[in-house]
Design a protein around this ligand. Structure first.
Ligand SMILES: Cc1cc2nc3c(=O)[nH]c(=O)nc-3n(C[C@H](O)[C@H](O)[C@H](O)COP(=O)(O)OP(=O)(O)OC[C@H]3O[C@@H](n4cnc5c(N)ncnc54)[C@H](O)[C@@H]3O)c2cc1C
Length: 412
């Protein structure tokens, strides 16, 4: 009987456990998590922090779900080391757990700003349900907040301010929000949406230091220009540090994430990885890539499990990810890898409609849609087909995209 051990009960670990049970009905399956609750919907915790959603619908699995599938779930259990020669997982203050096949699905932890007082009370990072509970409490009892981190998670703090009637100041390092994926024209739509909910973007700013009161609670931020912003709390979202400490004595290859092939297999036999933590071989892109999104993590967990349960590598990860923002009066969606590419095409259609497509070697590799998401499935289809279309941007930028208007695909 094969013993599978999964570290992490986020969506990637949990989806792997579910698939393993389907693929291998007799196996021993253990899921270890250092959180105190089983899988919940990480995407929805921002709605809780906004004060819009109670706790119950955010939970996905209760402990019974694992019992019903004969999956051994260890809550509040922190993995400290893995010995890939002995094939054991060591946990803090507990007994070793042996494995035949191991899945690392441990995601990341929000990175702290390397500045004075960055660990003060009232400075929030946002990753867990517990974080969401604390943020909600701060936001409900406050008048003003400072937000740092001009990316997909930072904007959640802006939305929380808007929903909780908190006056927000959003400090950004460059001249616009998510400057790696948006040009000024698209970003301005987002800036206006922030202003409309009472959050003021401040550009070419950032944090030099946090100021605290005698109790060590944050009271303000001083930016690198010397400007001072008072706050009742601060939200920091400047990126993730991957949870790989327990792999330090192993030969598992890392490169800002755990390196895996398209089968989710690391360079060490019987060790797999899935979810945010991976730097995976993207078969559509033809190179290593990274991706922090729910759907992709779920699919990587499934694919990893199928390959772990099979004797041979049977299924590759082939996926176009997407990440949507629904905080404002218009929808926003990024798909694929919008921050890379050697060519780009963009157009603005109205005050709340904009589109940008990123190409590499003539093929679409990602993009951003604001306001009108209708071309989404067509662009994803072109990505999956790996069609060379960069010379036909007029068709792709039409308000209503008709793939029949594209010149026939050339043989590659
Ligand atoms: C506020 C917020 C909003 C988001 N919104 C969206 C969205 O709108 N759309 C979207 O696609 N994605 C969104 N995401 C991102 C998405 O949630 C992640 O990409 C996804 O949850 C990653 O899943 P994962 O399983 O790889 O990692 P995680 O969900 O991070 O799970 C990893 C688990 O491993 C545990 N762990 C780590 N180290 C150890 C250890 N040593 N021992 C034991 N356990 C350990 C962690 O505590 C955690 O429970 C959002 C994320 C956040 C935080």
């Amino acid at each position: 009987m094969t013993q599978y051990v999964i570290i992490g009960d986020g969506i990637s670990g949990s989806s792997a456990a579910e698939t393993l049970r389907e693929e291998d009905p007799d196996a021993d399956i253990t899921v270890i998590t250092d959180e105190g609750e089983p899988l919940y919907n990480r995407i929805l915790i921002k709605e809780h922090a906004k004060g819009k959603l109670p706790e119950a619908p955010i939970s996905i699995h209760d402990e019974e779900w694992y019992d019903d599938r004969d999956i051994d779930l260890s809550l509040n259990t922190h993995v400290t080391t893995v010995d890939t020669d002995e094939k054991v997982v060591r946990i803090y203050d507990g007994e070793d757990i042996a494995y035949d096949k191991l899945l690392v699905a441990t995601g990341g932890t929000p990175t702290q700003l390397p500045v004075e007082n960055s660990d003060a009370d009232g400075i929030h990072h946002f990753w867990t349900f517990q974080d969401a509970r604390r943020i909600r409490e701060s936001a409900e009892n406050s008048e003003q907040a400072v937000i740092v981190g001009a990316g997909l998670l930072g904007i959640d703090f802006a939305a929380i301010c808007g929903a909780q009637d908190v006056e927000g100041t959003y400090l950004m390092r460059g001249d616009r929000w998510w400057r790696y994926a948006l040009t000024s024209e698209g970003a301005e739509i987002m800036h206006q949406a922030m202003r409309d909910v009472g959050v003021e973007p401040v550009f070419d700013s950032g944090v030099d230091r946090f100021e605290v009161d005698d109790d060590g609670y944050v009271t303000g931020v001083v930016d690198p220009n010397g400007d001072h912003y008072a706050c009742d709390w601060a939200g920091v979202a400047i990126g993730l540090t991957f949870n790989t400490e327990f792999l330090q004595d192993t030969d598992v290859e890392q490169n800002n994430g755990v390196v895996v092939d398209e089968f989710m297999q690391t360079n060490v036999e019987d060790v797999y990885a899935a979810g945010d933590i991976t730097r995976f071989y993207d078969v559509l892109l033809g190179e290593q890539a990274q991706n922090g999104s729910w759907g992709s993590a779920k699919e990587q967990g499934r694919v990893a499990a199928v390959n772990m349960a099979a004797d041979d590598e049977t299924e590759e990860f082939k996926w176009v990810s997407s990440y949507s923002i629904t905080h404002f009066d218009f929808p926003f969606l990024s798909f694929g890898h919008p921050t890379i590419g050697d060519e780009h095409a963009e157009r603005k259609y109205s005050d709340t409609e904009w589109r940008r497509i990123a190409f590499k070697d003539g093929k679409i590799v990602g993009g951003v849609l604001i306001g009108d998401l209708s071309p989404q499935s067509k662009f994803k289809q072109l990505m999956r087909e790996q069609r060379v279309v960069a010379d036909q941007t007029e068709v792709l930028l039409e308000q209503s995209v008709d793939l029949d208007d594209l010149a026939p695909a050339q043989e590659q």
